[in-house]
Structure formats: structure tokens, C-alpha cells
Design a protein around this ligand. Structure first.
Ligand SMILES: Nc1nc2c(ncn2[C@@H]2O[C@H](COP(=O)(O)OP(=O)(O)OP(=O)(O)O)[C@@H](O)[C@H]2O)c(=O)[nH]1
Ligand SMILES: [Mg+2]
Length: 201
């Protein structure tokens, strides 16, 4: 049990609330992921993709996409009665990245979504979290029609540290997304424990 708080015979406790970011390149499925698991109607800030944006908004691979996140997505999921996650989906397009610093304030960890057809699109998100020592998990969003690669191959292509978890997922599937989110919480806890051990008392 991650938080080790015994429930036996006690009144319900105030849940621990954690903030998790959902990042990754343009159109990789961040808004879809937050919408798939959120138990409240997710807050979205979608704007129509326009003719004017066509030269910079590369929709290849997601041709059915007509909108894009301009500020953030927000959702909530109760993983256990004493553990609630607040999800903040970031905008994928570079011109909205000034939002990221604001959104990452106080975050426990992050999911970096990746699409194997456009892996390079998530490099910037990986760099961002590595530089700030924010624990993250890479979720490979398995769009149908995209080639399936072994996790090890994707890991090498992303030049990921060995201890960064990499999981295959479907951003539209609640159970699949829950697994990814549990992975983020566990990874963040492990890293925090490692850091505590590393600091001499
Ligand atoms: N086939 C398939 N389509 C998906 C999957 N995940 C997302 N989509 C579709 O891909 C498109 C992009 O999804 P979004 O959730 O808007 O992506 P996003 O990362 O929030 O995009 P931006 O905010 O613009 O960066 C949408 O049309 C989704 O319906 C998936 O796993 N499989
Ligand atoms: Mg979005």
C-alpha cells in the first residue's frame, strides 16, 4: 500500500490529492486520455484548427482531428477512496508551451504520451521533465494502423533512462489509462524514496 494509512475502524479520511500532468506532442491523445478516465466532466480548452494554422499544425496521422488544446485539459480520478488524482493535460503545440511551467507547478509526476509514427514529437516533453527532475512514465498510445514495436525498441529510440517506465496503452480505454496513472504514482513514490535514501541524515 503506497500511503500505508490504515482504514480499520476509522472514519473516512480526507483523500490525498495528487497532481499529474499529461504531456506529449501534438495530437497524440492527451485530451482523449483525460476524457477517458475523468469522473467529472473534463474541462477542455479546445479551439478549431484553422486554415491559418495549417502550415504549423501537422495533422498527418490524425487526419480526423479538427480541434486542438490551447490552454489545458482538466480531469479528476479517484484511484482509491483515499487517493485522488487531478489530471492536467498540456497543450501539444509548441506555440502554447508557455502554459507548461504554470501547469507543472506542484505536480507529482507526468505521463508523456508517444505515438510510434511520430516519436520525435515527444522528445521535448521528455527533455522538459528530465531537466526539472519531475518523475514521468512514457505511455505509447497504440493507435490502430500504427506499427507495434517492442518496448525495448521504443525505449532505445527515445534514449530513455533505464528506470523510466514505458507502457503500451490506449488513450481511449479507461482501464488502460488507469494502469498508466498508477504507474506514474508508483514511479514517483519510488523516486522520492530513493532520493530520501540518498540524502544522509
Ligand atoms: N485510433 C485512435 N485514435 C485516437 C487514439 N487516441 C486519440 N485518438 C484520436 O486522435 C485525435 C487526437 O486526440 P487528442 O486527444 O485531441 O490529442 P491531443 O494530444 O490532446 O492533441 P493537442 O491538444 O492538439 O496536442 C482525436 O481525433 C482522437 O479521437 C487512439 O488510441 N486510437
Ligand atoms: Mg489536447
Amino acid at each position: 500500500m503506497i500511503f500505508g494509512r490504515s482504514q480499520r475502524g476509522k472514519p473516512p479520511v480526507e483523500p490525498v490529492t495528487l497532481k499529474i500532468l499529461v504531456a506529449g506532442g501534438f495530437g497524440v491523445g492527451k485530451t482523449t486520455l483525460v476524457g477517458a478516465v475523468s469522473e467529472i466532466r473534463p474541462l477542455r480548452t479546445e479551439e478549431l484548427l484553422t486554415e491559418a494554422g495549417r502550415p504549423v499544425d501537422d495533422v498527418s496521422g490524425v487526419e480526423g482531428k479538427h480541434t486542438t488544446t490551447v490552454a489545458m485539459d482538466f480531469g479528476r480520478i479517484t484511484l482509491r477512496e483515499d487517493l485522488v488524482l487531478y489530471l492536467f493535460g498540456t497543450p501539444g503545440q509548441e506555440r502554447f508551451w508557455f502554459m507548461w511551467d504554470e501547469l507543472s507547478e506542484g505536480a507529482l509526476g507526468a505521463v508523456v504520451l508517444a505515438d510510434t509514427r511520430r516519436l520525435e514529437d515527444c522528445f521535448a516533453a521528455i527533455d522538459y521533465f528530465e531537466r526539472r527532475s519531475i518523475p514521468f512514465v512514457v505511455g505509447v498510445n497504440c493507435f490502430e494502423g500504427s506499427a507495434r514495436y517492442p518496448g525495448e525498441t521504443v525505449r532505445q529510440a527515445l534514449d530513455l533512462d533505464e528506470d523510466v517506465p514505458l507502457v503500451m496503452c490506449d488513450a481511449r480505454d479507461r482501464e488502460s489509462v488507469k494502469e498508466v496513472l498508477i504507474g506514474v504514482v508508483q514511479h514517483a513514490m519510488t523516486q522520492a524514496a530513493d532520493r530520501r535514501r540518498a540524502v544522509p541524515t
